[in-house]
Design a protein around this ligand. Structure first.
Ligand SMILES: [Zn+2]
Length: 261
C-alpha cells in the first residue's frame, strides 16, 4: 500500500501552509517530531493520514519527517527492549500497532510479560495503535464469520482500553487488507486508518546467506522520502539493522514523527 499524498494546490503557497499548520494543530492531525511540527490531513477516500504540505514545511524547517511503525507485537520481549534502546539512542518516536491476542492470557502464555513490555513502550513516549485482535485477514473474516469482524477491530480497542485506560486512535488492518466494512467499524471506534508507504524485509523465517545478503542490501539501499511511513516488525532482522538505518536517516536530515489527532 502506498501513502497517498495530497496534491491540493491550496497547501502549496507558504502563507496557506502556515495557516494550515496552525489550523491543523487544533483540528486535524499533526506530527510531533521534537521541535518540528509536520501537518497531515485525513484523506476521506483512503481514510488514511496523508501528507498535505510536506515539501513546503520541510523547506521551512530544513528537516524531513519519517514515521517509524512496528507491527504485530509486542511478542518478543528481548527484541522489543533492543528496539526501544535503538530508538532511544536516535531520539526517535514511533507507533506500535499491536495485536490484542499477544496481551490476552487466554491466548498467549506470556501475555503478562507482553503487557509489561507494552507499558514500557508507551512510557518511552511511543504511540500504541490497534492492529486487530488476532491478526486475521479481515476480508476472510467478513466472508466467513461477519459477526466476528467487530470483535477483531472494535473489540481490540475495548481490550486496550481495559488494560491501558485509553483507546487507540489508529488502526492498521493485518496485511493492509482493509475492507469497507472494516473501515466503517474502525471509524466508528474512533480510529484513523494508518497505512504504510515502505516496508523493510524483516519477517523472513529462514535466513539463508542469500536472503541475509538480499535483506541487508534492501535495508541499506531503501530510499526514504519526506513523509514516508516505514513498516517494521519486532524481529531479529530489525534488531540487527535498525541502528544502521536510523544512523543513515539521521545523516540524511530526518526527524522521527508520531501522528496525533
Ligand atoms: Zn501485521
Amino acid at each position: 500500500m502506498s501513502l497517498k499524498r495530497s496534491d491540493r494546490s491550496g497547501f502549496i503557497a507558504t502563507s496557506l501552509a502556515v495557516m494550515a499548520f496552525f489550523t491543523a494543530a487544533f483540528t486535524c492531525c499533526i506530527w510531533q517530531a521534537r521541535s518540528v511540527k509536520q501537518t497531515y490531513a485525513i484523506d476521506p477516500e483512503a481514510r488514511a493520514i496523508v501528507a498535505t504540505n510536506t515539501s513546503t514545511l520541510s523547506s521551512m524547517f530544513s528537516r524531513k519527517v519519517v514515521l517509524l511503525s512496528f507491527d504485530d507485537g509486542p511478542e518478543n520481549t528481548r527484541n522489543d527492549h533492543a528496539i526501544l534502546a535503538i530508538l532511544k539512542k536516535h531520539g526517535a518516536q514511533s507507533i506500535w500497532m499491536v495485536n490484542c491476542k499477544n496481551l490476552d492470557p487466554g491466548l498467549t502464555p506470556n501475555a503478562a510479560v507482553n503487557r509489561n513490555t507494552l507499558s514500557e513502550i508507551a512510557q518511552a513516549g511511543h504511540v500504541i495503535g490497534n492492529h486487530g485482535y488476532h491478526h486475521y485477514n479481515l476480508q476472510n473474516v467478513e466472508r466467513d464469520n461477519p459477526e466476528q469482524l467487530k470483535n477483531e477491530i472494535a473489540g481490540c480497542s475495548d481490550y486496550l482500553q481495559a488494560i491501558r485506560g485509553e483507546k487507540p486512535k489508529y488502526f492498521r488492518a493485518p496485511w493492509g487488507v482493509l475492507t469497507e466494512a472494516s473501515a466503517d467499524i474502525a471509524q466508528s471506534a474512533g480510529m484513523t486508518n494508518l497505512p504504510w508507504s515502505r516496508t523493510l524485509i524483516d519477517t523472513l523465517k529462514k535466513d539463508s546467506p542469500e536472503m541475509n545478503k538480499a535483506s541487508i542490501k534492501h535495508w541499506n539501499e531503501l530510499k526514504v522520502d519526506d513523509g514516508d511511513i516505514l513498516l517494521f516488525h519486532d524481529t531479529d532482522r530489525t534488531v540487527k539493522q535498525l541502528d544502521s538505518l536510523l544512523t543513515r536517516l539521521d545523516k540524511e536530515g530526518f526527524v522521527y514523527g508520531v501522528p496525533s489527532v
